[in-house]
Design a protein around this ligand. Sequence first.
Ligand code: GYE
Length: 314
Amino acid sequence: ALVMVLAATSAFADGLLKIGYVQVGHESDWRMANTQNYYDVFTEDAGFELELIDCDNDHALQLAKVREFVQKDFDYIVIDPIQTAGWDDVLKEVQEAGIPCIIADRSVDASSDLYTTAVGTNMTAEGETAGKWLEEYLAGKAAKILVIEGSTGSSAAIGRSEGFNNIAANHPEWEILASQDGDFTQNGGQAVMEDFIKRFPEFDVVVCHNDNEAYGAMDAMDAAGIKYGVDGKIIISFDATKEGLTRTLAGQILCNVECNPIQAVIVMNVIKDIQDGKEIPKFTLVPDEGFCAPGIESSLVTVMTDEVLAARKY
Ligand code: GYE
């Protein structure tokens, strides 16, 4: 569906469009890259004044900051929702104030009538890519699987679990031993993995919902003398940040499903289209792809090389 929105004429004397972005926090390398990308793109030279708030994973704070943007009559409000739930009231308030609202990266569990448009990746598809890669790699072999989830209640964690489970459902020879929240952080990933190592003496695969959790899981396995890589435990990760892909190229992470943090340009183009009075789609997909370690044959993901790594900015 396409939607028409009334363009904002900046209420501010400097003529710059005021953009308020409520960012999730600073939990991961992905997040830092996403924040940097917004600062790089929404510059004064480009005609914008960006106020980016680090909400530090605090849903109540995120709601309060959106309300503050409404009070200050910002031209556009961009929300990267920490959690999917609990958005109806505040979205209605933004709408009643007549401020175009863009949901970016993560999604909300609210009617799409309540916001202007959304920009983001398909987290369920990311989970399915991870599952399909594993399916191809194991080729019928049985596996005991541990999952370190992203922050509970976030669309990124919900989607990745759902997608992976969709594929796992076709494999009675796969056993998911446990699935636990590591909050998308390195410390969280390490703590969950330390706990897993105590509880599950035998496992084959660790699925980490982001790269930072994977680094923490590796630290825990290093400390316990557990090998990972082509001749050890299989680590699957998400995000495919520069460091994550460095470890994929090194054969430590066997599969890394990208989630592209470079989203600000897409958001900016949507805003420009609204300004120009153009019709905009209700959702714009940020494309991403999967990668695997060298030496693995895959029909689904790109095999890592030095060139692929060199081309990554974040
Ligand atoms: O995968 C993780 C981050 O919302 C897609 O949040 C994002 C996720 C990303 O902290 O690293």
